[in-house]
Design a protein around this ligand. Structure first.
Ligand code: KE4
Length: 427
């Protein structure tokens, strides 16, 4: 297959690197782990995006998850346009914020009260601060390979032993901050038991991706999440479900409904924000009411509950509720995942494909992949070659092995067929 034209993107990247750090505004976009340089996108529509050189791509990254209804869905665009024409920001309450909160609350019975934020990071930061204030404890438990945004005390790698306190995973994070975080193996209830035995009276909260997307797609066993719920309840810690990826991804609800677990707090973003800078933190009324202006935990944001983002989010959630695209999404994803496995077998390429509803990851390892350590056995060089082979044929997967692929309601059967043909050649 001839190399597609990428001259305009090459020039744009050169120019971008002079003024934007690494030429990007979020590191994972820089193609560092797959090599080469990013194509610059000029527009999207449905399942497709076009780059500066006019190349079309079927998009399975979908802005890292939000675009479950595809790019530039007309109803969402017009909702945002109408809202913007009335005013782009007030810093004053609007009725639409109530409506969005009611819509989300209707989909998440565990969410009795909400605070809207501008990003998932902010929602998670606030959840942790709330948990610490509510429990009067400092320690946070997370799981290795999970990503909950770039708040200081979450940029922590697993301590060497299972229950040694974390050490910074990023420059600029004081050791003292990192030591307020314990990072354990995902899916390992025994290590959690051990952590609670050792630190039980100090643990404020456990935060978990109920289906992991940030080590690639990893689906935990129900009993792991049940253990989290039972242990936190028993020891007076809060359970925080980070559903920034999973919220509204599997249905008009969260992973918490699928697993039958009621967390104390839930973080939402991506789909819940309709692809706009909007995220949310919600949960138990008695915990949420610790937030200012009612309680002692300060949190705020100039653009929180922004009218344009809120209008887009309402439009997106209304469409999801009305159209219920999920059965078709599951069907298309199953077809694509089964096809990828078949092609891998035919080409005798060893991959392990994890999927859950409309999200999946192709790991270049024999597998199985059930936590970060097993995910990291993947051959990232092979993934890079696979990624670029697909990219050259107009299929856009996430430019990193440890991320998830997503489908939108706009992905057609034709898209799936074209993708499988490109996958065959890539293998
Ligand atoms: P944001 O601050 O990026 O809106 O959300 C942080 C966040 C929180 N929780 C989960 C489970 C997340 O996946 C994320 C953000 N996800 C990454 C990649 N999966 C966003 C991509 C990027 O950082 O550019």
């Amino acid at each position: 297959m001839a190399q597609r034209k990428i001259e305009k993107s090459r020039r744009l990247f050169k120019r971008a690197q002079k003024v934007l750090v690494g030429g990007v505004n979020s590191p994972v976009r820089a193609f560092k782990s797959v090599g080469g340089f990013p194509s610059f996108v000029v527009r999207g529509r449905g399942s497709k995006i076009w780059d500066a050189d006019g190349n079309p791509y079927i998009d399975y990254c979908l802005s890292w998850g939000p675009l479950i209804l595809g790019h530039a869905r007309p109803e969402i665009v017009s909702a945002a346009q109408k809202a913007a024409a009335l005013g782009t920001s007030y810093g004053i309450p609007t009725e639409a914020e109530i409506h969005l909160a009611e819509l989300i609350g209707g989909a998440f019975p565990s969410i009795q009260k909400i605070r809207l934020t501008n990003s998932g990071t902010e929602a998670v930061m606030t959840a942790l601060r709330l948990a610490r204030a509510f429990t009067k404890r400092d320690l946070i438990v997370k799981f290795s390979g999970a990503y909950h945004g770039h708040a200081d005390n979450l940029l922590v790698q697993a301590g060497s032993g299972l229950t040694t306190l974390g050490s910074p995973d990023s420059a600029g994070v004081p050791k003292a901050f990192a030591e307020t975080t314990l990072s354990l193996p995902y899916g390992d209830a025994a290590s959690l038991q051990e952590a609670f035995q050792k630190w039980g009276t100090k643990i404020a909260a456990v935060i978990v991706e109920p289906v992991a997307g940030n080590m690639g797609t990893v689906v935990p066993e129900k009993k792991f999440l049940e253990a989290l719920r039972n242990l936190t309840k028993k020891r007076g810690a809060l359970l925080i479900f980070d559903e920034v990826i999973t919220g509204f991804r599997f249905g008009f609800y969260g992973a918490q409904k699928i697993f039958g677990i009621t967390p104390d707090l839930t973080c939402l973003g991506k789909i819940a924000g309709g692809g706009f800078p909007l995220a949310a933190l919600g949960g138990r009324r008695d915990v949420m009411d610790y937030l200012s202006p009612l309680g002692p935990v300060y949190q705020g944001g100039t653009l929180s509950g922004n009218p344009v983002a809120v209008a887009a989010a309402i439009a997106a959630l209304r469409l999801l509720k009305k159209e219920n695209p999920y059965p078709a999404l599951y069907e298309k994803t199953e077809k694509l995942v089964a096809g990828i496995k078949t092609e891998a077998n035919l080409s005798r390429v060893s991959v392990s494909v994890n999927s859950f509803g409309p999200m999946f990851t192709v790991f270049f390892t024999d597998g199985p992949v059930y936590d970060y350590a097993s995910a990291k056995k993947s051959d990232v060089k092979k993934y890079a070659r696979f990624f670029h082979s697909l990219l050259n044929e107009g299929i856009y997967f996430p430019p990193a092995q440890f991320e998830a692929c997503f489908l939108s309601s706009a992905h057609s059967d034709r898209d799936i067929e074209k993708t499988l043909a490109a996958v065959r050649r890539a293998f």
